[in-house]
Design a protein around this ligand. Sequence first.
Ligand code: ADP
Length: 184
Amino acid sequence: MSSVMVKRTRIETEKGDITCERVDAIVNAANHTLLGGGGVDGAIHRAAGPELLAACKLLGGCDTGDAKITKGYGLPAKHVIHTVGPVYSESGPNAARRLASCHRRSLELALENDLKSVSFPAISCGVYGYPVDEAAHVAANTVVEFVTEHKGLELVRFVLFDDRAFQAFSEQLERAAGVGEFKP
Ligand code: ADP
């Protein structure tokens, strides 16, 4: 596990299952419809129960790089922030900007809702095919930059399901915490 302090925000990596996180919000790597899918999306909907799908039906979908918020229903997390990552093979040079936008929009929504702790999965690193080292670089730098510029978040966690992602995110987080400006 890596843990760094950036201004007043702790940023951590942990290996585990994001559906078990007891935080103000977990981030869901959803698809455009917000009506459920496989991977982490499926796991979150199973753990939250049918009320989550009912709430998502009212949101009218979500664009790539944007985010929308619901309650957490049956989850230990109080809220779910649903974001849509880029499909790597379809995004070309826009992939990093879109992935950075997912992280930024999710944290903006957290602040707008007065949330203090947020856990992210490895957005786009499953069926959306983003190479995990590249995704970790974008995610870590974007979060470090966001909390450098915005007050209010106490804890941001990256909760990674497998060793490979855990290692990549831990390395990139430690690197990003020592770096300044990041422009994807
Ligand atoms: P995407 O469509 O954005 O690629 P996926 O759900 O396919 O999303 O995968 C995103 C990442 O989430 C992958 O690295 C996958 O291993 C991971 N993942 C799957 N289930 C969980 C879970 N319960 N907790 C945390 N991460 C998970």
